[in-house]
Design a protein around this ligand. Structure first.
Ligand code: MLT
Length: 192
């Protein structure tokens, strides 16, 4: 997969942008929350009228599970071309919006992920995996016009039921990433 790679210390951050973004979007955020750490920031593999994403959608927040799974398979295969499963487990996955949804879905499919930062996610798949030992930071916007608080809360409940340790941050804004959210991620990173 096309990516930006910035060498640095462990743990490395693997970044997945939101709809319409690209591999450069989350680099400043990753550098802020984990200064000096290795960063690999990827470019979405699905194209929706020129907007890059991680998997296609058939309507707004409407998903064809088969197409989602096929794209997640490609995404995971792309990561495995660069990193072993142990290296993936030692990484921190960082995603925003559609990128966060892709990471959440990979967690549900039992991908080798132990730490994840999911900014404004929702649940896309219904699969369940054993997530005991996984640490997940989730944020939502109280006035998010793209992903409702209940959609994020549903994902949080599922992740907890699967055994993950989840930190939920409620930001006062909408779908955009707020400064208080960034500081909450930074604090979580320093203890994760
Ligand atoms: C999705 O399609 O993954 C969600 O609606 C988030 C987004 O708008 O990309």
């Amino acid at each position: 997969m096309r990516s930006v790679h910035i060498p640095g210390s462990a743990p490395r951050l693997l970044c997945f942008h939101g709809t319409g973004g690209d591999e450069h979007d989350l680099v400043p955020l990753a550098q802020h929350i984990a200064p000096g750490h290795e960063i690999r920031s990827y470019r979405g593999i699905s194209d929706e009228g020129g907007m890059l994403r991680w998997f296609p959608r058939s309507g707004f927040n409407v998903f064809d599970v088969t197409a989602v799974r096929a794209h997640l398979d490609i995404m995971l295969a792309g990561l495995r071309e660069e990193l072993s499963d142990d290296e993936l487990r030692a990484s921190v996955f960082l995603g925003y919006s559609n990128g966060a949804n892709a990471i959440a879905a990979l967690l549900q499919l039992g991908a080798p992920i132990t730490r994840a930062i999911l900014l404004h996610p929702m649940q896309v798949l219904d699969e369940r995996a054993d997530l005991s030992g996984a640490q997940v930071f989730v944020s939502l916007g109280e006035r998010d016009e793209m992903i409702s608080t209940s959609q994020t809360e549903k994902l949080v409940a599922s992740l907890k039921e699967m055994g993950a340790s989840v930190t939920l941050h409620r930001a006062p804004g909408g779908h955009g990433i707020t400064s208080d959210e960034i500081e909450a991620v930074r604090t979580w990173m320093s203890t994760a």
